[in-house]
Design a protein around this ligand. Structure first.
Ligand SMILES: *Cc1c(COP(=O)(O)O)cnc(C)c1O
Length: 450
């Protein structure tokens, strides 16, 4: 493993209150210029970011435990990625792959075909965003099967476009008053070990969903089942063992396309290239984005050649899809992930985070403040679900307060979850161990009652 080098000092350092005066002034400009419907998790404007540090407009250095929502796993200005982007931008920024194709696109497709689970013949098509990849996976599945229905799950998040809103479970803020939604989307119960009557029995949870599909739809009308192998926005829900393999096996038996939405869980995040691998699941189609290109916008659908090649020429595409600069960034990002062995780094981060969060949970419980309902996740995709002391009742107030407290101390952490009560950790995989430990220590304080 090659050593990680940093350009920005990897030290938390606060020189103003947060937000500082420059961020406050920028927020005032923002409010007059940017649509109010766009939220931000923090009121802090960034000017620089590298490794595990974000530098804000006032010169504060914050610990980054969010990676811009699981995007900058290799760092927000990884030198190899930055060089690849600059070199490509000086040659050509765009010709449109649908007009005059270029090698970078083909090379990214080859890489994805090689890295994604399964050694069957595969094809890839590139897009710009996660939502666009999901839309296109559904297009491919419907066309290839000649069927309409798509099954999604409780707590699912698949994006903000019309079809992906329909696939997404949570109304506020994603769907509320944005309908009507795309039809032929059916929602089934998820395996959610903490809250599910089926508990740790993933096979039973899968069979419950399958039974409902059989009664409500029948298998032969289902084009696709789409599932996040670890749910992201829904709360970092790791389905109980057996859930994913049982669903995938049922799909295979009935000619239903099994789509793994790995937009958040992919690219070393969970300590494997893809989260499906942890249970040996081989998806028919897999959607990727976020971590794929070190911060540049790129997404992909990769999957069985027979499904992908069923689509007529011209049926898939997009003006910017597979932009050459984004492709150059993706190739450099994937190379960095191998060179730096970020799968091993992600597992190492997971060990540090689990140990620290477990110690926090024990300490809080011993003090009669039993608010950590569950610590879960894999690799560098870790969360704590917060509850009212000693119950399983969600505690979104604490999640919000803890994230705010952490920010005031210079640590960026994100919340998520259907009930808004989950604090999630998505540090860049290149974060320094000491910086990670410091961030976790501040999170410990943030969860401790004043
Ligand atoms: C973020 C996300 C999406 C949507 O990706 P965008 O790039 O924001 O469109 C889809 N699926 C999952 C699992 C995600 O986490």
């Amino acid at each position: 493993m090659t050593a990680i080098t940093y350009r920005v000092p990897q030290k938390r350092h606060l020189v103003t209150e947060l937000p500082g005066p420059r961020s406050v002034a920028l927020t005032e400009r923002r409010c007059r210029a940017v649509a109010a419907g766009l939220g931000s998790a923090t009121p802090v404007f960034a000017v620089d970011a590298d490794g595990g540090i974000i530098v804000d407009a006032d010169g504060n250095s914050l610990i980054d435990l969010g990676s811009g929502i699981a995007v900058t796993g290799v760092g927000a200005s990884n030198p190899a990625v930055a060089d690849a982007v600059a070199a490509q931008a000086h040659r050509l920024t765009h010709t449109c792959f649908m007009v005059t194709p270029y090698e970078g696109y083909v090379a990214v497709a080859e890489k994805l075909n090689e890295l994604t689970p399964g050694d069957h013949e595969k094809r890839t098509v590139l897009f710009n965003s996660g939502a666009e990849a999901v839309e296109n996976a559904v297009k491919v599945a419907r066309l290839a099967t000649g069927r309409n229905a798509v099954v999604a799950f409780d707590h699912a998040y698949h994006g903000r476009t019309n079809l992906t809103m329909a696939l997404t479970a949570k109304s506020i803020p994603y769907k509320h008053n944005f309908g009507p939604f795309a039809p032929e989307v059916y929602r089934m119960p998820m395996s959610y070990p903490l809250r599910d009557p089926e508990g740790a029995d993933g096979v039973a949870a899968a069979n419950r969903a399958i039974g409902m599909i059989d009664t409500q739809l029948t298998a032969d009308s289902v084009a696709a089942v789409i599932v996040e192998p670890i749910q992201g926005e829904g709360g970092f829900i790791v389905p109980a063992p057996g859930f994913l393999p049982t669903l995938a096996a049922w799909c295979r038996m009935h000619g239903v396309v099994f789509i793994a939405d790995e937009v958040q869980s992919g690219f070393c995040r969970t300590g494997a290239w893809f989260a499906s691998e942890h249970e040996g699941v081989v998806p028919d189609l897999i959607t990727t984005a976020k971590g794929i290109a070190g911060g540049m916008p790129l997404s992909a659908v990769t999957g069985r050649a027979d499904l992908m090649d069923a689509v007529h020429p011209g049926g898939l595409g997009g003006t910017y899809s597979g932009n050459p600069v984004a492709c150059a960034a993706a190739l450099a990002t994937i190379e960095q992930m191998s060179t730096l062995d970020l799968n091993a780094r992600a597992r190492h981060i997971g060990e540090i985070a689990f140990a620290s969060l477990s110690a926090t949970a024990e300490r809080l419980a011993a003090a009669g403040h039993d608010v950590i309902g569950e610590i879960r996740g894999r690799g560098a995709m870790i969360a704590v679900e917060l509850v009212k002391p000693g119950t399983t009742e969600p505690n979104p107030e604490l999640a919000k307060a803890a994230a705010a407290h952490a920010l005031s101390r210079g640590v960026v952490v994100l919340t998520c979850g259907t009930y808004g009560n989950v604090v999630r950790l998505l540090p860049p995989m290149v974060i320094d161990d000491d910086l990670l430990r410091e961030g976790l220590q501040i999170l410990d304080e943030a969860l401790t009652p004043a």
